[in-house]
Design a binder for this molecule. Structure first.
Ligand SMILES: [Zn+2]
Length: 509
């Protein structure tokens, strides 16, 4: 059977400072990722490059010797052995996303020779050196982590043991790159597990194991506890599913507390059939990944723990399945959420907002300084953006630019949508406080955000991420797999920057 949690990370990230030492480091590696200055596309190569004649010849053979493309991919002789060299250049003003996309393609080629050690070097890159080396490291870390397999002959284990960044003048701060890669890998691994492996019970068991490893406090609100809490919206969805459904509350409480309480909330639907409003086959494909929001919350919590984040963090994972059966909830039912709101059910496939309604209400009771929730919530968000970006919503309009900026910086791009109150007209019910959704589906991502906003006190800054980019064929930015784990790196970019963090948590910058 396949493990519920990914294997412990084995890849070391080391730095070799100075141009002289970089040449030696490149010569020792199995593969070298070379970021060349844009002038190379016009034939002007940086001085002091090893294997210059061979590299120029390889670049001359390239079909598209252009900046933004892979310029060359060749083996050069180093003593009695061969070193795989892959190189590209990228425009000085390229966005971080473009840099990471190119890094993903370079990493795939660098690792194709089953390299144990890959050197990343950016000779002559000047001020951009740090960003280019970071992109190379992020792409290598993402590509060289295994994904779950149940095949009799599983794919060979990744060979990479060491990433060596070389040639820069000053040490780079890469703890967030490494922790983010681990958190992202955890999210991708969990998302790829089949739904008969990652059942709600198994998911809770796996999270408990992580909690022991990281020293988190654990509280699991099972059906009985949820009934006591009056969480009728969550329980309506969970009725037809397995017994293991519930809300898992994980609490990270470091000794050093420089920041106020942050709450991360995630949708964890281990399989979504749509319920009695059953999905057609095509739309049911990939629905074991409908738990990615919770996996991103979990991966982010693990990354913050690894970084020794100096502030308390809660993760609230809404873990359930949306199945069919005699107990399944139906359209026109009216259920009462934990905060007393009555909800008229309209479409059982809008289960995510039902689960999150109660989870947000319970998470709010601890009075966090801010709440971020992650969910693969609506098809409407994917229609609006495609799967290259995710949508963001907030009850603080002033935060939206900060959220988008963290997206640009991290390469996990998010785009803001409105949450104006008049959208509520579509959710007016004749029999309850609110309708769950509409059947028309117009602006459903916005209606979902308006619906969720009801369960967060107006005094609490709240960010909702509709993970349109959770699944992207062929990978996205530096991540090479279909499930992208989108959100961990973005959140670290949001929290890791003093000004952005201050805006979110209401601290003095
Ligand atoms: Zn659904």
């Amino acid at each position: 059977m396949v493990a519920l949690l990914p294997p412990e990370p084995k890849i070391q990230l080391v730095q070799t400072l100075g141009a002289e030492a970089a040449r030696a480091a490149a010569a020792r590696a199995d593969s070298v990722i070379l970021w060349l200055p844009p002038a190379v596309a016009a034939g002007s190569w940086p001085r002091g490059l090893p294997w210059l004649a061979a590299l120029r010849a390889a670049a001359a053979r390239a079909t598209r010797p252009r900046c933004g493309e892979v310029l060359l991919d060749t083996d050069v002789a180093e003593g009695t052995r061969l070193v795989r060299v892959v190189a590209a250049c990228i425009a000085d003003d390229a966005e971080p996303f473009a840099r990471l996309e190119l890094a993903r393609r370079l990493a795939a080629r660098a690792l194709a020779v089953r390299a144990r050690e890959v050197c990343v070097w950016a000779p002559g890159a000047g001020r951009r050196t740090g960003a280019l080396l970071e992109a190379g490291a992020a792409a290598l870390l993402a590509a060289a982590q295994p994904m779950p397999s149940l095949a009799g002959e599983p794919p060979p284990a990744p060979s990479l043991r060491r990433v060596r960044l070389a040639g820069h003048a000053r040490r780079l701060e890469l703890a967030a790159t490494l922790a983010g890669a681990h958190g992202n890998h955890l999210a991708r691994w969990l998302a790829a597990l089949p739904p008969n492996v990652l059942t709600p019970e198994a998911y809770v068991r796996a999270a408990r194991r992580l909690a022991r490893r990281h020293g988190w406090r654990v509280r699991f609100l099972d059906r009985r506890a949820l009934a006591r809490a009056g969480a009728g919206a969550f329980l309506a969805v969970a009725r037809a599913g397995s017994r293991g459904a519930g809300i898992l509350h994980l609490a990270y409480r470091p000794r050093r507390r420089a920041h106020p309480l942050l709450a991360l909330v995630g949708k964890g639907v281990c399989f979504d059939t749509g319920g009695v409003n059953l999905k057609p086959a095509r739309h049911m494909q990939g629905m074991h990944g409908d738990m990615q929001g919770s996996a991103v919350a979990l991966g982010t919590l693990a990354a913050l723990t690894e970084l020794g984040w100096p502030g308390p963090v809660d993760a609230w994972l809404a873990i359930a399945e949306n199945l069919v059966g005699p107990e399944a909830y139906r359209p026109h039912e009216v259920v009462r959420a934990a905060d007393g709101t009555t909800i008229e059910v309209v479409h059982t496939d809008a289960e995510g907002r039902m689960l999150l309604a109660d989870t947000l209400a319970l998470a709010s009771r601890a009075r966090p300084a801010a709440i971020i929730d992650y969910a693969t919530l609506t098809g409407a968000c994917i229609y609006a953006l495609g799967s290259r970006m995710s949508g963001v919503f907030s009850n603080r309009r002033a935060l939206l630019e900060t959220l988008a900026e963290a997206g640009r910086a991290s390469g996990e791009r998010v785009w803001p949508f409105p949450t104006e109150p008049d959208y509520d007209e579509a959710l007016r019910s004749d029999i309850a406080d609110v309708k769950q959704c509409t059947l028309e589906g117009e602006a459903d991502h916005i209606l979902a955000a308006r619906f969720l906003a009801r369960f967060v006190p107006v005094g609490t800054p709240w960010v909702h991420v509709d993970l349109a980019a959770a699944e992207h064929e062929g990978g996205l930015a530096h991540v090479p797999t279909r499930f992208t784990g989108f959100g961990v790196r973005w959140t670290l970019a949001l929290l890791g920057d003093v000004r952005r963090r201050a805006r979110l948590l209401g601290e003095a910058a």
